[in-house]
Design a protein around this ligand. Sequence first.
Ligand SMILES: Nc1ncnc2c1ncn2[C@@H]1O[C@H](COP(=O)(O)OP(=O)(O)OP(=O)(O)O)[C@@H](O)[C@H]1O
Ligand SMILES: [Mg+2]
Length: 254
Amino acid sequence: MSAPDEEPGNAQAPEPADDLGSAELPRSLGPPGAASSNNLPLQRYIVVEGPIGVGKTSLAKRLATTLDAELVLEQDAQNPFLERFYKNPKSGALPAQLFFLFQRAQQLGSLKQQDLFAPRRVADYLFEKDRLFAGLTLDPAEMALYDQVASRLDVDPPRPDLVLYLQAPVETLLSRISRRGISYESGIDAAYLSRLNDAYARFFHAYERAPLLIVNAANIDPTQNQADYDELVGAIRRMKKGRMYYNPLRHGTI
Ligand SMILES: Nc1ncnc2c1ncn2[C@@H]1O[C@H](COP(=O)(O)OP(=O)(O)OP(=O)(O)O)[C@@H](O)[C@H]1O
Ligand SMILES: [Mg+2]
């Protein structure tokens, strides 16, 4: 499987068009203080997405603190079938996938469509990710069953005001996953992550449900590094409609 037209899947070289900035942007374009309330981004419902280990949860938590927003987190640790899936992907995929489907349908289905009175929210997953993973892990007969169940559930998840799609190359994902140190994740290999990266690239290539900010997250650490975080929040604030790229360039050190 390969990404269509190299867009938007190539984490190293997102397209320069619509580039929302780099580390070389004038400082005045960035947020003077990311947490100051009159500088809050306008988007009320922000979703952080991207492949395993790219940093969705860490970033979503930090954004939720800055925005004083409700945090909506995927509850992967509660899936009793996940460990079995990583040990034996063929036989373990269907129960793991169905558990996630019900769990996510319940969690996101309970959120009302965003309106003026809804709380600000930051989520670390899109409902659509469930089918994206199913497409990678299930065989055709299992997929048909999954689709039948999903259509019966008829979930109508709220539409995000902004989706941040974090991208990073496979080696970066592997090293972040190993740093996180969840034992059953040690079975995640480069081939699976590569297929996942391709699937995300294809999915977001066609995604039009919400404004999309494609972030090259390979060389930044917005969770730990204040300047990286402030610049990213600045890009979120400048984000308007459609699809934009945020490709921060780190100055090389000699
Ligand atoms: N930009 C970064 N630079 C370095 N390490 C990072 C960065 N972002 C996240 N990490 C670390 O990588 C690990 C994975 O991050 P996190 O759990 O937030 O990823 P995730 O995208 O939510 O993964 P999953 O899809 O499995 O839930 C954590 O140990 C986190 O501290
Ligand atoms: Mg996570």
